[in-house]
Design a protein around this ligand. Structure first.
Ligand SMILES: Nc1ncnc2c1ncn2[C@@H]1O[C@H](COP(=O)(O)OP(=O)(O)OP(=O)(O)O)[C@@H](O)[C@H]1O
Length: 219
C-alpha cells in the first residue's frame, strides 16, 4: 500500500529531519508512530498524505511513484486517505454534522443515504448534542472528536492521525482507540502518531519509532 525506500526530507537548506527511511505500510495493518517531540512524526505524516515530497528516495503509494504524480492525481489518491490534523482544520462556517458529512458529500452521495450513519458516528464520539454547533464554539476535545469522525466516516483505505487523543481524557481516548481498531478490522490501514504511552500500551500493535530522524521498527 505504501513503500518508502531510503527516503530523506529536509526543509529548505536546513538539516535532514528524516533520514534513510525504508519501510512499508501493509494493507489492513495497524501501527503507532512515536518518538520525542521534534523527531519528525508530523513530517512523516505529511509525506504519507502527499502534502510534502521527499528530498531524496522513493515513495510508492497505492502503486504510484509519488514523484511522478500530477496535482489531479494527488487529489484523487487523497480521497483514499483519511487524516486527523493536529490543528483539526474544521470548516468554521459548517456545523459539526456538515463537517463530518463532508467527505461523503464530496463523493456525490445524497444526504438521505448517509444522514443516519453520520448521526450514529457523532453519537459514538460523544458529540450527539453538539452536532448543530459551529466549530468556533466547540472545546478542543470536541473539535478533535469532530476531526476524527470526519476522517473515518468514508472508511478510507489509509487513516493518518496526528496526536488524535491529545485533548481528551483517558476514558474517551480509550473509546477513540476502539474506533480506530474497529476501522482497522473493517480493512483500513491505520497510522496513529502519538506520545501517549498509556494509549499504546492498550493495544498490541506495530510501533514505528522516530529518533533523530531515523526510524526503528518494532513489529
Ligand atoms: N515547515 C518547516 N520548516 C522548517 N522546519 C520544520 C518545518 N516543519 C517542521 N520542521 C522541523 O522538522 C523537525 C521535525 O518536526 P515535526 O513537526 O515533524 O516533529 P514531530 O515529531 O511531529 O514533533 P511534535 O511531537 O512536537 O509535534 C523539527 O526539527 C522541526 O523544527
Amino acid at each position: 500500500m505504501v513503500r518508502f525506500e531510503n527516503v530523506g526530507l529536509r526543509y529548505g537548506l536546513g538539516p535532514e529531519v528524516l533520514r534513510d527511511l525504508t519501510f512499508r505500510i501493509e494493507p489492513h495493518s495497524f501501527q503507532f508512530l512515536t518518538g520525542p517531540s521534534g523527531a519528525g512524526k508530523t513530517s512523516l505524516l505529511k509525506l504519507l498524505f502527499l502534502s510534502l515530497r521527499p528530498t531524496r528516495g522513493l515513495i510508492t503509494q497505492f502503486g504510484h511513484d509519488v514523484a511522478t504524480l500530477s496535482k489531479d492525481a494527488v487529489a484523487t489518491l487523497r480521497r483514499r486517505i483519511g487524516i486527523v490534523f493536529q490543528d483539526f482544520r474544521l470548516l468554521d462556517h459548517m456545523t459539526t454534522y456538515e463537517n463530518v458529512a463532508l467527505p461523503l458529500r464530496v463523493m456525490g452521495r445524497p444526504e438521505e443515504s448517509y444522514r443516519d450513519e453520520v448521526i450514529e458516528l457523532l453519537n459514538w464520539v460523544d458529540l450527539g448534542d453538539r452536532m448543530w454547533a459551529l466549530p468556533p464554539v466547540l472545546s478542543g476535545g470536541e473539535k478533535q472528536r469532530a476531526a476524527i469522525a470526519r476522517a473515518v466516516i468514508a472508511r478510507p483505505q489509509l487513516l493518518l492521525a496526528d496526536e488524535p487523543t491529545g485533548n481528551v481524557d483517558p476514558p474517551l481516548a480509550q473509546r477513540l482507540l476502539r474506533l480506530f481498531i474497529e476501522l482497522n478490522k473493517s480493512g483500513t490501514s491505520v497510522v496513529i502518531a502519538t506520545h501517549d504511552i498509556a494509549l499504546m500500551d492498550q493495544y498490541d500493535a506495530r510501533r514505528l519509532v522516530l529518533h533523530d530522524g531515523r526510524l526503528h521498527i518494532y513489529d
